[in-house]
Write a protein that binds this ligand. Sequence first.
Ligand SMILES: Cc1ncc(COP(=O)(O)O)c(C=O)c1O
Length: 393
Amino acid sequence: MTKPFLPDQFIAANVRDIPRSGIRDFFDIVQGMADVISLGVGEPDFVTPWHIREAAIYALERGRTTYTSNLGLLKLREALAVHLAEKFHVRYHPKTQILIAVGVSEAMDIAFRAVVNPGDEVIYHEPCYVSYSPSIAMTHGIPVPVSCRPEDGFAVRAEAIERALTPKSKVLVLNFPTNPTGGTMTRAELLKIAELVKHHNLLVITDEIYSELTFEGEHVSIAALPGMVERTVFLHGFSKAYAMTGFRIGYACGPAEIIEAMMKIHQYSMLCASIISQEAALEAIQSGEPDTTEMREQYKLRRNFIVKALNEMGLTCHLPRGSFYAFPCIQSTGLGSKEFAVKLLEEEKVACVPGGAFGPTGEGFLRCCFATSLEQIEVAMERMGRFVRRLKG
Ligand SMILES: Cc1ncc(COP(=O)(O)O)c(C=O)c1O
């Protein structure tokens, strides 16, 4: 007799155990509600600058519709090598040490898949971007979170990393400025972490996607510190700095052997990133800096406004020195972060992401994305202030 087909039984155990992204679930509720102001999805409200869109259109006009090399267009890798040396003080060989990927998302996934063996421990700081823990679990690695605290400006302390180390530790993931906290790192603290990494022979994967959105202080990549470029996989992309989320374009740089390993996975799963997006990315890297500067100025004005408004309504909020997220503490209201977010949406039609979506240490906080117009943020803060006043009675 034929057995009944139960699709659930065919799902791999490590995938079945992965929770869905809390952000997506929440925004399924937001869809279809009228008059909602969304401080939710982490996406620039700016349209990709026109000259970058034009480069994509021009690529199509010239019939640039083919595959590219698996590593990506050489002219884009060459331009990136120049850009990274100038802006990040890191040197990569365009032919062997740079791979163009489908966003930092793909770059991160293939980096984990290239280096993590089952049972290897991957340390990362939390609260963090929703994909880290599931991506590590998908490689059968062990996610090891290290908490960051508001009193440290959500920077990660070398001592906290040291406490998490075991003989199985292999990789350290860093993301500064951080999604969702806006935390940044000083050179001094990064130097301490670099020493630890070298001493314990770890590999660093650094997600630099918000680097250009640093509002004050210098942005330092750990890859630029002495002895680190050879033990770091540097990931970056175009989504945030150039408002190019829909182009799905990012890149990975690192030791040639690791890039080669990542290329093998990319080659068999993705083949290459879209040539049209690669042409647009080339225009962005060569001529997009004024656009980034302009957008950063706008984000900074919005940041100053939203952080002040949140603190004034009694939700303690540290000053995010980078990214486009404010991460206020909502514990004084007595509600959990999900309950707070759902009630705020239902009662005042403002959508924010519950901090718990970014890992257990995010509980008690709320992520408010300020990549939306100042006018919208002003109305959102009025509504939220009214909501908090009602809660606090
Ligand atoms: C920290 C971080 N890394 C990676 C990504 C994904 O970026 P991409 O659009 O390049 O795939 C995001 C998107 O929100 C992010 O916040």
